[in-house]
Design a protein around this ligand. Structure first.
Ligand SMILES: Nc1ncnc2c1ncn2[C@@H]1O[C@H](COP(=O)(O)OP(=O)(O)OP(=O)(O)O)[C@@H](O)[C@H]1O
Ligand SMILES: [Mg+2]
Length: 406
């Protein structure tokens, strides 16, 4: 802990300091006038008021203490030296001859020593206080009249100021630490909220989009298959409402995703859904899907199975939206060292529904890749050479932990 001196722009750093120093200056000035009024005058060539003027100059210099602490202390030191020299070699010059002065220091010295500790660096403060203490106590000529008063004027106020300063710094650092801890707590809570928002956004994208697109397709099939104009109108209404819901969902998901930060791996869930249900649902709306499963899903962790399910889900939704009528192949291979997922579709047999294809935010595959990477897998997707689209995911059997990585 070292004394820190702030950069002062004016004579005083603040109003409080100005008031305090002015009050000290007036108080010590008054005390000097009183004491000198009761003491005999000086008798040297410097005139009868030499001692009073010297002391008053130190009192006035207190006004500059905040701005020039070292200079003010040096001036008090110089006055003390003049008093000593006068007493030893030229009695009556700066100190009255009779009675001999009871103080070897200006009265304002305690105000200077207390503030030195606070206003300047420790090395200079201790040096100046030490010199004042030597002059004030006169150890080469100790006396009960002078030495104790010298200690009371210099060392004691400095020690008290040091103690108060250290105590204030300790309290400040404790307060700062408590505030920092509180801020960190808030940040952590905000981070957790952001992660949860993002998780919900992705969940919403994957699950709700899947069901809504199915609903839109059902409605489309119903409209085209029915001869009844009322049914056709109702089906078209459902289709349009579903498409609108998809568009609004896209905006909402975008907001939620952007509000969050990077997501982290979710804790494994005890059960994982079976991709077969997705295939069954797609077949129910007339999609042609071949589904091949190889190996035992029980060999991989539920989190991995859940991710595989998401890959199939998003790929089927994409096929429905961007390549309607295309044949789709879903192939899953579970092995002890991991899972491979392939969802491939051929070329569309009719143009994509513009509203449906444009309802997405274009980040479904990106979010999926992110999710796959989080569990240590890889995802590749893109058009196939002969037409159509293909998504390939390679997933580990278990989500790697920190220990695995180390
Ligand atoms: N099966 C597919 N057939 C043809 N094109 C596809 C297929 N899957 C994806 N695409 C193309 O890749 C793009 C990116 O797909 P992605 O799933 O990221 O976005 P989206 O489906 O448009 O919107 P979102 O998934 O966010 O609702 C699509 O816009 C589409 O052009
Ligand atoms: Mg998509």
């Amino acid at each position: 802990m070292t004394g820190v001196r702030g950069k002062h722009t004016g004579m005083w750093p603040n109003r409080r300091e100005a008031l305090w120093l002015t009050a000290a200056s007036v108080l010590f000035g008054g005390l000097d006038l009183l004491v000198h009024g009761m003491s005999p005058p000086t008798t040297g060539w410097t005139g009868p008021h030499a001692a009073l003027l010297l002391h008053l100059s130190v009192d006035v210099s207190l006004l500059f203490l905040a701005r020039f602490p070292v200079q003010v202390a040096s001036w008090a030191l110089a006055v003390a030296v003049l008093m000593l020299v006068s007493e030893e070699f030229a009695p009556g010059l700066f100190t009255p001859v009779q009675p001999a002065a009871h103080t070897a220091l200006p009265f304002a010295t305690p105000a200077i020593t207390t503030n030195l500790v606070r206003l300047t660096d420790r090395r200079r403060a201790f040096l100046l206080i030490g010199l004042l203490a030597v002059l004030g106590t006169r150890p080469w000529h100790p006396s009960w009249d002078i030495t104790p008063l010298g200690v009371v004027n210099t060392v004691l106020p400095a020690l008290a100021a040091l103690y108060l300063h250290a105590r204030r710094e300790l309290l400040n650092s404790l307060r700062e630490r408590a505030e920092r801890a509180e801020r960190e707590q808030l940040l952590l809570a905000e981070h957790a909220r952001a992660q949860e928002r993002r998780r919900l956004a992705e969940e919403m994208h994957d699950v709700v989009t899947h069901h809504l697109t199915l609903m839109v397709l059902h409605a489309g099939a119903l409209g085209t298959g029915s001869a009844d104009p009322t049914v056709r109108t109702a089906a078209e209404d459902i289709r349009q409402t579903g498409t609108r819901a998809l568009t609004e969902l896209r905006d909402l998901v975008g907001v939620l995703r952007n509000a969050g930060e990077t997501r982290t791996a979710q804790p494994s869930e005890p059960t994982a859904p079976d991709p077969r249900t997705l295939v069954d649902e797609a077949r129910a709306v007339g999609e042609t899907i071949s589904y091949v499963v190889d190996g035992d899903p029980g060999q991989v962790s539920p989190t991995v199975r859940r991710t595989a399910h998401r890959v199939v889900q998003e790929s089927l939704t994409n096929g429905r939206k961007h390549a309607p009528g295309a044949e789709v192949t879903v192939a899953l291979s579970y092995r002890p060292d991991g899972v491979t997922v392939r969802v491939a579709n051929g070329a569309a047999d009719r143009p994509a529904d513009g509203a449906l294809a444009g309802s997405g935010s274009g980040v479904g595959l990106l979010g999926l890749a992110h999710r796959v990477e989080l569990i240590g897998g890889t995802l590749r997707s893109g058009p196939r050479p002969g037409g159509g689209y293909q998504v390939d995911a390679i997933l580990p059997a278990h989500v790697p932990t920190r220990e695995d990585a180390g």
